[in-house]
Design a protein around this ligand. Structure first.
Ligand code: MLT
Length: 324
């Protein structure tokens, strides 16, 4: 091709992308959430989705593409058209561990996605059904050790944050507990409340309502400090399991190949969401934190995605975790 027409073609393409970005979004945007409705990923996506809709003047519609520990939705997102009309909200741990665990998860968590921002950091809690015989963490560990494989715990599927947190719990206590995978933490929590499930390593984003209503027993928070909203719940160190600290991070990614001006619009809107009093309150009321200190940037999320990949792929190999 002639050099002149190549340059003209390039300029045209640039102008088209620029114009395209200027009126973006001019139709509803789909937020793919790879877990069932009502769980922590879904809740965070909806809180931010409402802010994005208000700010950008178009609906941000959550599509729950649940299954296979979040990898069904992740794969669907990775294969979506990279035009900004699909974005992806996932929990960072299952996002990066999916391809390590599932041969069918043929996506690359780093190169197939563009970091937009971390929506919430949520500590995990050790939670049991209301009528479970153990009423504190020490007795739970003793009970689990005396009754190998008898305690069943629910998660959002193999590789989900709620699964990996309980795997770590087993590794650190030596307790053998039995995994029951669901399509999301929302349905697992329903069974915990109903009493058909014994235990979960759940996030506040999911179980705060049930915890304050007293429908489940929260035995410990897996972080250094107590959460002011649940002042009577001890930290894992206070409850006799120091070092068991797990925090989930929920994040938004664009699809690799999304035009740069659209990515910038999403990143700028995210920066606005971080400052919005309504968004902040809703996230904090659910026992979660917003990113700060340099984590509130796409670079912060990129670094987190990489470090979570190293952490969880190591834990999966150490625990010899396989998808059943
Ligand atoms: C998880 O990884 O456990 C998710 O946060 C589950 C969910 O959002 O339902």
């Amino acid at each position: 091709m002639h050099l002149k027409s190549l340059i003209a073609g390039g300029a045209l393409a640039f102008a088209a992308t620029g114009a395209f970005a200027q009126d973006y979004p001019n139709r509803p945007v789909t937020i793919i959430v790879p877990f069932a409705a009502g769980g922590p990923t879904d809740v965070a996506a909806r809180i931010y989705g409402e802010f994005f809709a208000r700010t950008l003047g178009q609906q941000f519609v959550v599509e729950n593409a649940a299954g296979a520990g979040g990898t069904t939705g992740a794969l669907r997102a990775a294969r979506s058209k990279p035009d900004g009309y699909t974005v992806f909200v996932h929990n960072v741990a299952p996002h990066v561990s999916g391809p390590v665990l599932y041969p069918s998860a043929t996506y690359d968590p780093i190169t197939n996605f563009i970091p937009i921002g971390t929506l919430a950091y949520a500590a995990h809690y050790v939670v049991v059904r209301k009528d479970f015989p153990a009423k504190d963490l020490k007795s739970l560990i003793e009970y689990a050790k005396a009754n190998p494989t008898k305690i069943n715990y629910g998660s959002a599927g193999a590789g989900s944050a709620t699964h990996l947190a309980c795997v770590l719990f087993g590794q650190q206590t030596g307790a053998q507990i039995t995994h029951v995978p669901y399509r999301g933490t929302g349905p697992a929590l329903n069974d915990l409340v109903a009493g058909t499930l014994d235990m979960m390593c759940d996030q506040g984003l999911n179980m705060m309502g049930q915890a304050t209503a007293g429908s489940v027993n929260v035995l410990a928070i897996a972080q250094k400090a107590r959460f002011p909203g649940l002042p009577n719940v001890p930290t894992t160190a206070e409850a006799g399991l120091p070092g068991f600290e797990v925090q989930a991070a929920t994040a938004m990614y664009a699809i690799a190949g999304t035009p740069e001006p659209i990515v910038k619009k999403l990143v700028d809107t995210m920066a606005g969401a971080f400052k919005d009093a309504g968004v902040r309150k809703r996230i904090q009321d659910l026992a979660s934190e917003l990113p700060s200190n340099g984590q509130d940037t796409p670079a912060g999320l990129a670094a987190l995605t990489k470090s979570e990949y190293d952490r969880w792929s190591g834990a999966i190999k150490k625990g010899n975790i396989k998808v059943q």
